[in-house]
Design a protein around this ligand. Structure first.
Ligand SMILES: *Cc1c(COP(=O)(O)O)cnc(C)c1O
Length: 423
């Protein structure tokens, strides 16, 4: 009964967020399971971008202070819309830069090596750009990354044990930067516990929320987390290259950002054009140059949808979707050699399901041909991300049904087992 298409339709009929699907552009015949890499366009995001173009068209330079969304305040406005998703006060969050730039900014600010406390703690399963940024921040301060970047090993190749991270938090560690959710397996780290453990040991701690913002709730302020950063083109649906986000806890508002630029100024003073930097009071101080208004605009629309849906309801539906997917995988795909890499426990499971298989690259190609858009991560992971705002239970059912047919008929054998340039 629970494996039938009718059951999926029943779940859809009971879904309080079902109506949000109509807000998005979903191509007919396509089952989109890649919202953790690039979220889909919503009509609200499109409209917000069109509004911004209209201001430019009609107002020219005056768009900075006039029009529907005066450009001068857009980054702060988006910060305030992101704040509830980060569990922070509006002034603790700003839209700015990219994930990588924001990580550089925050590491430049919060990595303050002293005598024997010189190391940065990260994980061996981190996204590469995070590692590259930390390596260069160490080099800039005169330290050899091979000795001063401490990467916590995984015991199973998929997950990182909080105990192992905490055990490595010794008096040589100055700063810890970890993902909220691991990008391959989808494991959620216990951010509250790690924040408390770091602070007990005199270590500052920040999180990469790329895979968690818009997927799970955060309580960064309440936990006392020092800082966080993320991109807005995954679960937040801000569009390719969308302006990113960052959070800085208010107890650090007195600090001077490691990298300063004129858009980090107190807004009243910015256009005094003085050579003495008067920093903004809150997270706004971490901005550098002129904001990417056209890459920020869609966020005004897409974040409205999150405000209406509520992050707790989004998480609730996301867990129902991934639980249902895991249940179908267990009952329909058990004989095809897949391993589920995502933790089963709800509090440790993020927004996607990672399926491991030696033929993963070409299974993904066969899925795409069958109208299901998955996400491949080398060497052997198929990520399936049902996004709570626009993925239906019927989509989850269809994705697993397509996968079953591909495996049963060995349709993947028609493709080479290699990744594409972007995968
Ligand atoms: C997507 C992602 C990034 C991407 O960084 P950009 O600067 O936006 O290219 C970085 N870190 C993690 C963990 C990610 O998932």
């Amino acid at each position: 009964m629970q494996t039938t298409k009718e059951y999926a339709q029943l779940l859809d009929s009971q879904d309080p967020l079902a109506s949000f699907r109509q807000e998005f552009y979903i191509q007919p015949g396509v089952v989109y399971m890649d919202g953790n890499s690039l979220g889909l366009l919503s009509k609200r995001a499109e409209q917000a971008l069109l509004d911004m173009l209209e201001s430019w068209k009609q107002l020219g330079i005056d768009g900075w202070l006039d029009g529907k969304h005066p450009w001068f305040y857009v980054s702060e406005q988006i910060g305030a819309l992101l704040a509830p998703l980060a569990g922070a006060a509006p002034e603790e969050v700003i839209a700015a830069g990219s994930t990588t730039v924001n990580l550089h900014q925050l590491a430049a600010t919060f990595y303050e090596p002293q005598e024997t406390r010189t190391k940065i703690l990260a994980s061996s399963l981190d996204f590469p750009t995070d590692i590259y940024a930390l390596q260069s921040q160490l080099r800039l301060k005169g330290y050899n990354p091979d000795e001063h970047l401490l990467l916590i090993e995984s015991r199973d190749g998929r997950t990182i044990w909080e105990e192992d991270i905490i055990a490595a938090m010794n008096e040589e560690v100055a700063l810890a930067i970890l993902p909220c959710i691991l990008y391959r397996s989808g494991q959620v780290l216990d951010m509250q516990r790690l924040t408390a453990a770091a602070h007990e040991r005199g270590i500052l701690i920040g999180f990469d929320a790329c895979h968690s913002i818009g997927a799970i709730p955060h309580r960064f302020s309440e936990w006392g987390t020092d800082f966080a950063f993320w991109c807005n083109y995954k679960y937040i649906n801000g569009g390719p290259g969308s302006t990113a986000g960052l959070y800085v806890n208010r107890r650090h508002f007195g600090r001077l950002p490691g990298l300063t630029g004129w858009f980090g100024s107190d807004k009243e003073k910015q256009f005094n054009m003085e050579h003495t930097f008067s920093k903004a009071e809150g997270a706004g101080a971490y901005q550098l140059g002129t904001p990417h208004i056209l890459s920020s605009a869609p966020l005004l629309g897409s974040l409205e949808l999150f405000r209406e849906a509520g992050m707790d309801r989004v998480r609730q539906k996301s867990l129902l979707l991934t639980s249902y997917m895991l249940q179908l995988i267990r009952s329909e795909l058990h004989s095809y050699g897949f391993t589920v890499g995502t933790p089963e426990e709800e509090e440790r499971r993020g927004g996607h399901v990672a399926l491991e298989h030696p033929e993963a690259a070409r299974i993904c190609k066969a899925l795409k041909q069958a109208g299901v858009v998955p996400d491949y991560r080398a060497p052997d992971i198929i990520r399936l991300a049902p996004a709570a705002l626009y993925t239906s239970f019927a989509d989850v059912w269809a994705a697993v049904a397509a996968l079953k047919e591909i495996m049963e008929k060995k349709q993947y054998e028609a493709f080479p087992n290699e990744r594409n340039v972007v995968a």
